[in-house]
Design a protein around this ligand. Structure first.
Ligand code: SAM
Length: 472
């Protein structure tokens, strides 16, 4: 029985409710009265239920699809303005005991080069990332109790936060590691992580078990209930996602929204972020072996409807997507993107030859961070390196409350401009610097509160004079 407040995986992700929802959506895809009622509700900016969202996903009327796209764009701008938060992944280790059939880290893969960074190597990677201009990282590691125990992850986080190279600093470390215990989540929280990220891969239990035949990750309940344990361990901000291409997109779309509903119903705060990775080619992984690949047009629709259904949740796209697809997705609700990413272990310092590949998957956007920043500015987005909210204790429901009542715009916009200013002073090419300065000048006028605007101007001048790390 479907129960969003239950702490049992198969009750808050209820297979029969997902299947009933898919059928309901199919039956009502041409019910224009219902479709219009759902769109009208979405215009209140308070989100949609999984059933309502599923009806929109099933409706292919071109005029409705255009309305969905326009509304997604409007909602993104209403809650997140034209800011796009920047981050980079940092791969610590690809040792893994699991058997995930879609991931080249799987234990039986003999062709991938196994690598684990020492603290000295992490230092070198972080300096390279700081020299690009990054301030926010997502830590990635395979699951290996002996090679990558929690102590290794905690020590790595400490190392990362301790490095201050030139004007550089990593100010927020998000963590994407395997499901773990409440006690370990507490230790991650105490280490000062930002978001704990864990992709469900697929919500379909039977398919999940087939895709994860061996290793601790094969336990569907342990994996699906991980965010509950993270919350119990005191982590306020959790990031969910599915790996599109493993299961039918219809099933996982509904599952993802049910997971968000569960977190909201149980903890009073939904997921901080939703990631929408699509399966990529990788060492030992051929995407042709998976029959559920999601075509671009459906993928865009999925992202836009997620944006409408959970208006307050940040949405992340990685360099798995091409430039063209990222450009389109930015118009449909994405609020965070990675740039200049390497998915190999040690890849920011050492360029690998193809035969020594340690990468998790092949990326589709190979541009430098400076090129990505310049491109965002050309498209009228503000690349933001802001990490202020969690450093000021604005996490979980405190963040969501500010976002919902619009108060966040008095801190987010100036913070985005201040961190962009730091970026262009310290790292940008002359062309990107000129675009960035023009953007800052223009957008300052949009800071709603007069005192905040005056303060922002003062801080910008002080950044020019050499000071760093101001925040609202
Ligand atoms: N080991 C951790 C776990 O068990 O969740 C997470 C880290 S893994 C480095 C991050 C994510 O990469 C996985 O959750 C999966 O969704 C994604 N991934 C794995 N193989 C992939 C592929 N071939 N293409 C795209 N993404 C992939």
């Amino acid at each position: 029985m479907y129960n969003p407040k239950s702490k049992i995986a198969t009750e808050f992700i209820c297979d029969s409710e997902i299947r009933a929802t898919m059928q309901y959506a199919r039956e009502n895809s041409g019910n224009m009265e219902l479709v219009q009622a759902v769109l009208d509700k979405a215009h209140d900016f308070k989100g949609l239920t999984h059933r309502e969202a599923a009806v929109l996903l099933e409706c292919n009327d071109p005029a409705v699809v255009q309305q969905i796209y326009a509304l997604a764009n409007e909602i993104k701008h209403r809650f997140y303005g034209n800011r796009i938060v920047m981050f980079a992944p940092l791969y610590l280790s690809n040792y893994c005991v699991n058997g995930c059939v879609y991931c080249p880290y799987h234990a039986k893969n003999k062709s991938i080069r196994r690598k684990k960074l020492s603290q000295e190597e992490i230092r070198a990677e972080v300096i390279a990332l700081q020299d690009m201009g990054h301030k926010r990282l997502a830590l990635e590691a395979g699951e290996h109790p002996l090679m990558n125990p929690i102590e290794y992850i905690l020590e790595s986080i400490k190392t990362i936060y301790s490095i201050k190279h030139r004007n550089g600093a990593i100010r927020r470390v998000n963590v994407n590691i395997a499901a773990t215990t409440v006690e370990n989540y507490r230790r991650l929280r105490d280490a000062g992580i930002g978001t704990y990220i864990l992709f469900q891969e697929t919500y379909n239990k039977a398919n999940y078990e087939a895709l994860h035949p061996t290793g601790p990750k094969k336990d569907y309940a342990w994996h699906t209930e991980a965010m509950d344990r993270a919350m119990q361990g005191g982590i306020d901000d959790v990031g969910i996602g599915v790996l599109f291409g493993l299961e039918t997109y219809r099933y996982d779309f509904v599952g993802l929204l049910m997971h968000a509903e569960h977190l909201e119903a149980t903890y009073g705060v939904g997921p901080h972020t939703i990631s929408v990775p699509r399966l990529c080619k990788a060492d030992d992984v051929d995407t042709a072996d998976f029959e559920n690949a999601v075509p671009d047009d459906i993928f865009y629709k999925i992202v836009a409807i997620l944006r409408i259904a959970v208006p307050y949740t940040g949405m992340i796209i990685s360099t798995r997507e091409s430039v063209k697809s990222r450009e389109r997705l930015l118009e449909l609700g994405i609020s965070q993107i990675s740039g200049g990413s390497r998915t190999s272990v040690g890849g920011y310092v050492t360029e690998e030859t193809p035969d020594e590949n340690s990468a998790q998957f092949d990326i589709a956007d190979h541009r430098t961070l400076d090129e990505v920043v310049g491109w965002l500015l050309d498209l009228d987005h503000i690349p933001s390196f802001c990490t202020a909210c969690y450093r000021e204790g604005r996490t979980g429901d405190r963040f969501m409350t500010l976002l919902k009542n619009g108060q966040i715009s008095n801190c987010c916009l100036p913070n985005a401009l201040l961190t962009l200013k730091e970026y262009i002073r310290d790292y940008a090419s002359p062309a990107t610097r000129a675009k960035g300065e023009a953007m800052i000048k223009r957008m300052l006028a949009d800071v709603p509160n007069e005192r905040a605007r005056a303060k922002a101007i003062e801080y910008l001048e002080r950044i020019d004079a050499g000071e760093r790390d101001f925040r609202f």
